[in-house]
Design a protein around this ligand. Structure first.
Ligand code: SAM
Length: 267
């Protein structure tokens, strides 16, 4: 069940009731969740269920569910299973024939999408990008021709590097939205090209604080996505040996990618 991503008033009356009436609350971090429970006067017992013990703990919790216990699953914030633990427990409970019922509420990705003003009829949730630059760039590279809005989670330590890599891979002109500290005191939603956002975040330390959702507009649907991705891949190889302009020209020629679209990702 979901818990707030900042503003405690987002814990619905139904969520409060479920937490109060559960026999046990499985929480990602029991100390963290204690603050929320105290706030609402909820005294239900908690047990830790985090990424390091989920495999072992799930069997025990499923056994308790079989015996009739009602267990509420929460994470530190937002909806469990969304870049958070819980999927193994839910899978094990379902496999054991136990009904698992959602108590919906806040989710940072959906909250950000709802205020971004980017196409939302189809979107892709990518969660956290890899921490290491090479792996992060490879993942972005694989998304270069994605036409749906792409949603990422990012932390304060990496937001600057992440935006820099997005500029390099998706191109400076791609439209994006950066949603920070949603539902909290310093909520900000910045809107502009990737280059605008990268410059804003680089020049203002406040814009690097807190929690972030980055939404990147999808690629132009008229562009041959597979060819463009191949063009980018070939460009990356050629540029190790050649000046960027020569590498781009050859990459377009070799792969048949639109030269204009390829150049746009390189600007
Ligand atoms: N399960 C959560 C959900 O439903 O959104 C996400 C958990 S994930 C471990 C935490 C990440 O979600 C943060 O690093 C940030 O990218 C994003 N996030 C959580 N709360 C946020 C908020 N108030 N504003 C912006 N992003 C937030």
């Amino acid at each position: 069940m979901a818990t707030p991503i900042g503003n405690l008033a987002d814990l619905s009356p139904r969520a409060q009731q479920v937490l109060r009436e559960a026999d046990l609350i499985a929480a990602e971090d029991t100390r963290h969740s204690a603050a929320l429970l105290v706030q609402f006067g909820i005294v239900t017992r908690t047990v830790a269920l985090h990424e390091h013990n989920e495999r072992d703990k799930s069997d025990d919790l499923v056994q308790r569910l079989r015996e009739g216990a009602r267990i509420a699953l929460i994470s530190d914030a937002g909806t469990p299973l969304v870049s958070d633990p819980g999927y193994r427990l839910v899978r094990a409970a379902r496999a054991a024939g136990i009904a698992v019922s959602p108590v919906p509420g806040a989710c940072a990705a959906i909250a950000a999408l709802s205020v971004a003003g980017l196409p939302s009829d189809r979107f892709v949730f990518e969660g956290f990008l890899p921490a290491k630059s090479a792996a992060r760039r490879a993942q972005l590279q694989a998304l270069v021709g994605e036409t749906r809005t792409v949603i990422f989670y990012e932390s304060s330590h990496r937001i600057e590097e992440c935006l820099r890599d997005c500029v390099d891979i998706f191109g400076a002109e791609r439209h994006a939205v950066l949603a920070r500290e949603l539902t909290k005191l310093f909520e900000t939603v910045l809107d502009g090209t990737l280059a605008d956002l990268a410059a804003r975040v680089a020049s203002d330390a406040d814009q690097r604080r807190g929690e972030f959702v980055l939404l990147v507009a999808g690629a132009d649907a008229d562009v041959d996505v597979a060819k463009l991705a191949e063009g980018r891949r070939v460009f990356e190889i050629l540029r190790r040996e050649l000046p960027p302009s020569r590498a781009a020209k050859l990459a377009a020629e070799i792969t048949g990618a639109s030269r204009k679209a390829l150049y746009e990702t390189l600007e």
